[in-house]
Design a protein around this ligand. Structure first.
Ligand code: G3H
Length: 531
């Protein structure tokens, strides 16, 4: 295999000035200097050191905070919320909207820098990095509009059985937000922004990878929100999140990641009924390719679905069931399409497959392939099963069976397991037996074939994609899952509900109360009761 790390001629627009050190963290509105223990951040992109040896590029350092700083951040968020009496929680919705709009404006100015860091830190291709940034800005703008509409709707005073009421959505309290490395900007902001705009206060700890790309945004967070409303801390998840949860002072655990961490963390909370969970966890979305499908379209969508960003999407197609009548043609076309994918560095033109940010991932992918080979699968594509440092070429495995690890485990990497099936009950059984229940893709041109499958699968997963890959977007659609895949629903509209609770002020319909209500509505004295 030709080395993918040979392109030493990196254009200035893609370069990061190193060391890119994050020397501060945000607590109680203060960007505090950190002079103690730090962790080094390395890129999955290898470059030559002085001796000419390829090594992971050193990017910079981040603070390695401890329990003391974690509890300081917690105190700041708890005090800022002040049991619901804090400035942010009681602010008029329009004023919170103005703060977030100011933040989005400042964020736009950081686009180039954030995109560059996305490429270097997690190896995301340039076009996809730009897309992640732009999609996040669009998500914030759509959130502002959705909240305006929601607030307008809530202005109506309702009358039922002699009771007048104004019903609005109020914050939940203190939110601990932990985000994933694969969408370190988008997934973070899809939690943080709705949590903030609904009046909660937050503590945010970035994932293991994709940390420095948040540095250009720290000042915007500091300047746009009152002190203590956003607290950003760095370090080990276990060290920082454990004492925060054990304190019992967190009202919402918002975590996109794996169920192991989610289970451990929620167990720490001493008052479990008070802890609301917003979780996006593992998935193993299947693609089911039926004999009456458009094979070319199915191939195109399955390649994108299984290998976009090297298969590191929670929504990726992680197993393909292809009907035995067409499996030969499908496999041949699928392999041809995979072989067309361009392997390289994030800024290489039209690149598809790039280095993997998790250092252990290539070895794990290799392990899955070796296990499948031992148990009877073949590697279908000539360029499969090739590795170079952090890089793993895409590998297509067939025929896969239920004795193999890759059949059960969420690979989250560039390996595509394919099975053939005779009877539709085989993939349906796979889905109902699976621990996961996020999405499925069905490929068929025939509505009569699809109808009964749709009707049974909507009760197994939360999105049935017809003739298209699984995906989260567009972000106005609900993103949710069953079983071990998710808790709570996210979308522009749903996230505002997820991070808030309906609260109402009710008046018995008497002359005195009607007068009080009218005065409240006209005087602008309450931030809750208003027109
Ligand atoms: O990793 C999960 C992402 O939210 C997936 O988003 O399906 O739009 O790529 P996407």
């Amino acid at each position: 295999m030709k080395s993918i790390f040979t392109n030493t001629n990196i254009s200035a627009e893609y370069k990061v000035n190193t060391p890119y050190n994050q020397e501060t963290f945000l607590i109680n509105g203060e960007l505090k200097q950190w002079k103690n223990d730090t962790s080094k951040v390395f890129s999955p992109i290898y470059t030559k050191d002085e001796g000419g040896t390829l090594v992971p590029t050193f990017l910079g350092e981040i603070p390695n905070l401890g329990e003391k700083e974690a509890l300081e951040a917690l105190d700041a968020a708890v005090n800022a919320y002040d049991k619901g009496r804090g400035e942010w929680a009681t602010l008029k919705v329009e004023e919170r909207i103005a703060c977030v709009a100011k933040f989005a404006k400042m964020m736009l100015e950081t686009r180039e820098e954030v995109v560059r860091l996305l490429m270097w830190e997690i190896g995301k291709p340039y076009a996809e990095s730009c897309d992640e940034f732009d999609r996040t800005i669009a998500y914030i703008e759509d959130t502002l509009e959705a909240l305006k509409a929601m607030d307008n709707e809530a202005s109506e005073v309702k009358e039922h059985s002699g009771i007048l009421a104004q019903v609005r959505r109020a914050p939940l309290g203190v939110v601990l937000c932990l985000s994933p490395y694969n969408y370190p900007l988008n997934e973070t902001f899809c939690l943080l922004i709705p949590a903030l705009i609904m009046g909660n206060t937050t503590i945010f700890k970035p994932a293991k990878h994709g940390i420095l790309l948040l540095s250009p945004l720290l000042e915007a967070f500091q300047q746009c929100f009152p002190k203590g409303v956003v607290n950003i801390i760095y370090g080990s998840g276990r060290t920082l999140a454990t004492p925060i949860l054990k304190s019992g002072k967190v009202d919402v655990l918002a975590l996109i990641g794996n169920s192991k961490s989610a289970n451990i963390l929620q167990e720490y909370h001493p008052k479990k009924n008070r802890l609301r969970l917003v979780l996006g966890l593992e998935a193993k979305n299947p693609g089911i390719v039926l004999p009456d499908c458009d094979i070319d379209l199915a191939v195109k969508e399955c390649v994108l679905g299984s290998l976009a960003f090297n298969g590191q999407r929670c929504t990726a197609l992680k197993i393909l069931y292809v009907h035995e009548d067409i499996v030969e043609e499908f496999n041949q076309k699928f392999v041809a399409a995979v072989e067309e994918l361009r392997c390289g560095l994030p800024w290489d033109e039209k690149v598809n497959i790039t280095p993997l940010p998790e250092p252990h991932k290539p070895a794990y992918i290799k392990e899955l392939i070796e296990d499948a080979k031992l148990k009877g699968a073949a590697i279908l594509n000539p360029s499969g099963n090739q590795f170079e440092h952090s890089f793993a070429s895409p590998t297509v495995l067939y025929p896969v069976n239920n004795t193999m690890k890759v059949y059960h485990e969420e690979q989250f990497g560039p390996v595509v397991p394919i099975l053939s099936f005779k009877d539709i009950t085989e993939p349906l059984e796979y889905i109902s037996e699976s621990n996961y229940g996020q999405q499925v893709s069905l490929f068929s041109k025939n509505s009569a074939t699809l109808a009964p499958l749709i009707d049974s699968l909507v009760n197994q997963v939360c999105r049935v994609n017809i003739n298209s890959k699984c995906q989260r977007g567009p972000d106005v659609l609900p993103f949710v899952g069953r079983k071990d895949s998710a808790v709570s629903t996210l979308s522009v509209h749903d996230a505002l509900r997820t991070f808030s609770i309906r609260t109402l002020v009710a008046f018995r319909d008497t002359t005195v109360n009607t007068e009080i209500l009218e005065k409240l509505l006209d005087s602008n004295k309450s931030n809750f009761i208003k027109r």
